[in-house]
Design a protein around this ligand. Structure first.
Ligand code: SF4
Length: 100
C-alpha cells in the first residue's frame, strides 16, 4: 500500500517528465527553424519594428553602430545587419550597439 506522499511524488515525477518532453519538443522546433535558414543568413526586422529614424539619438547614430554596413562614401547611405532597407549613416534605431 502506497502512502499519500508516494502518490504525490509519482504524480510530480510524471508532470516533470511531461515538462521535459515539452521543452525538448520546443528545442527541436527551434533547431529545425535554424536548420531551414541558409548558413550565415539572418532575418532582418523592419524599420518600424526597430523604431528606426533618419536622425541621430543624441550622440548615437548608425555610423557609430556595430551593425552598420557603410555605403560607398562616409556620407552615403548603407545597410544594416539587423534592419531592413536603406540606412542613413546619421540614422538610429532601438537596436543600436556602439562600436568598441
Ligand atoms: S542596428 Fe539600428 S542603429 Fe545600428 S546600424 Fe542598424 S539601424 Fe542603425
Amino acid at each position: 500500500m502506497k502512502k499519500r506522499n508516494d502518490r504525490f511524488d509519482a504524480g510530480r515525477r510524471a508532470l516533470i517528465g511531461k515538462g521535459i518532453q515539452v521543452a525538448a519538443m520546443g528545442s527541436v522546433a527551434a533547431l529545425g527553424a535554424l536548420a531551414a535558414s541558409p548558413a550565415g543568413a539572418q532575418a532582418k526586422v523592419s524599420q518600424a519594428t526597430a523604431m528606426y529614424q533618419d536622425k541621430p539619438n543624441g550622440t548615437q547614430r548608425c555610423d557609430a553602430c556595430m551593425q552598420f554596413i557603410p555605403g560607398k562614401t562616409p556620407t552615403s547611405s548603407g545597410t544594416c545587419k539587423l534592419v531592413e532597407g536603406v540606412i542613413s549613416p546619421h540614422g538610429w534605431c532601438g537596436l543600436f550597439v556602439a562600436k568598441v
